[in-house]
Design a protein around this ligand. Sequence first.
Ligand SMILES: [Zn+2]
Length: 477
Amino acid sequence: MLVPGTKASAPNKKGIQTMAAPMLDAPRETLATLIGRSLTDRSEVDGLAELCSKAGGRLAGTPAHAAAEAWGRQRMRGIGLAPVRLQRFETPTWQRGACRLTIVRPDQGEVTCAAHGFTPRSAKAEADLIDLGPGLYRDFERRGRKLRGKFAFIGEAPPPGERAPHRSEQFRWACEAGAAGMLLGSRVPGLLPQTGMCAEEEASIPSVGLTLEDSARLLRLLRSGQRVRARVEMRNTVGVSRVANVLGDLKGRERPEEVVVIGGHLDAWDVAEGAVDNGTGCAVVLGVARALASLPEPPRRTVRFALWAAEEIGIVGSRRYVEKAWRSMDSHVAYLNFDMPGDPDRLLLCGRKAEVGALAEMQAILAGLGVTEPTSTGICLATDLKPFVFAGVPIVSALGTLRGGAGSCYHTAADTFDKVDVPSLLRMTACAAALTYALAECEEAPFLRHTGEQVRAAFAEEGIAGALEGADCRLPD
Ligand SMILES: [Zn+2]
């Protein structure tokens, strides 16, 4: 059947021209059952509370991460997935030590800060601050040589409609300009500096997050013409650790070799409990596993549930999975990702605008859960989506909006279990369960894996062809 809004896709392996097939030949009653169960079963909310208490700040390479791996394996086994395995690999890791930020001119003493990931093992630097506004590329260009030997200070939000550069991009520009370090103001109030990566291996200069309140004051001082000088002292640990992705399968009843993967990252920043980022994503993945495993029979295809290691320090776990499974990538029918999922409001179909019609029926079914916005078709290279996007695997997922305190705890000490909005979490689980089941059950795979040429074309259409250069992810031949 031809679905409105879809178009002929590339020939499949047999050389037959196929159309994007409708994905909803999955029985409606089963979808309704899954949605109902997901909305009423709080087991994985309890599981999330346990994760937060047992393995709070679970940065890759820490004992807390190892405890989280054991937690994930135990929960998957309890749900009845088989096999459940730990996919181990080595990765560079970073651990926070002491960090002090002192405003020495005007003399204001020590202020709260949070070192960024992969800052040096040891650093001590004192320098004047240079106001870089929101820290866009043009701001760095405009300051040019003035930045040499000074601290790049970013204390402003980008203007509306302007993409905020990632902190690691800003850090790279600061390094290229010969800065002595980077100071990055928080975007959320409440004396909460934000952490996060600034590099993927040990950096040569320090970089720290400041509170919104301190950075607003320093910005006022600078803009009133005063000279502001700061001192940063830090110690961290940099090394290599063995960590593991936790993988569990629900074996398909008819085509077990074809796989739908649903994943979210297990690791979290050490400054809090990692409840929202990304305990909520893990709870969605496990909640879907629980709902699907409770059906009288599994869907046609295998569903693989993945809790990825080491996302926060460089999207390492999902990248390793894709590398290791490369030869079977053609049988990966779809990937769904949940990272700070929020309350569902739209579906996601990365880089496949022309095929969006195939999701129309699904959207109609999920409208009651809040999925009423147009499907997002932009290419997202953030989080664990990245290696699957590069590999050409169809990304079919759901996106949402963070409610309550969940929106303002990103990478701060406030990311604790009390910020989890349970109704949002259950609605997202219901959405994800229906979507996963439909993808794993439908007669014909609704989307085909893109060739290398198609991936390049999609990136070009999106205006992000530059992201293909020097990327650490593999493209299909
Ligand atoms: Zn995350």
